[in-house]
Design a protein. Structure first.
Length: 142
């Protein structure tokens, strides 16, 4: 039984002590995501963005570039994958969509460069950086 402090008034036994241990040893677990969780989330968002962009790009090819109609099947599968990947996050869907938007902007610009062959401008790079910072701010809060 504890003879001093609040525990003495309740008559509760002392179940743990911090004597001889650093304060961090008894601190509650940190809130928010770990670096590993943020990395996994970021990589999952990249895969999600690629699935969404591919799912929209293939119908664009069919409608505007006269590509074969069968490309609509992998487009539909890609959009289904996109929806499934978004559902893997454990937080509210609106927050996931908002954070995902930042990664989508950056991936879309990379797609523009790699697939369409367009040289990115300094404002493209700055916009992508700002969008990714916004994604990180939102993701850190969940």
């Amino acid at each position: 039984m504890c003879l001093f402090g609040p525990a003495a008034r309740t008559g509760q036994p002392i179940t743990g002590t911090t004597i001889g241990r650093p304060p961090s040893a008894t601190a509650p677990p940190a809130r928010g995501p770990t670096a590993m969780k943020l990395t996994v989330t970021f990589l999952l968002f990249i895969a999600t963005a690629v699935a969404e962009i591919l799912g929209c790009y293939l119908p664009y090819l069919v409608l505007r570039k006269h590509a074969p109609l069968w490309l609509l099947l992998p487009a539909a599968l890609s959009l289904g994958l996109f929806v499934w990947l978004l559902s893997l996050h454990p937080t509210a869907s609106g927050r996931v969509y908002a954070a995902y938007g930042g990664v989508y902007v950056a991936v879309a610009l990379v797609w523009l460069r790699v697939v369409d062959g367009v040289t990115l401008s300094p404002s493209d790079w700055l916009g992508a950086a700002i969008a990714l910072v916004g994604m990180a701010v939102i993701a850190i809060g969940w």
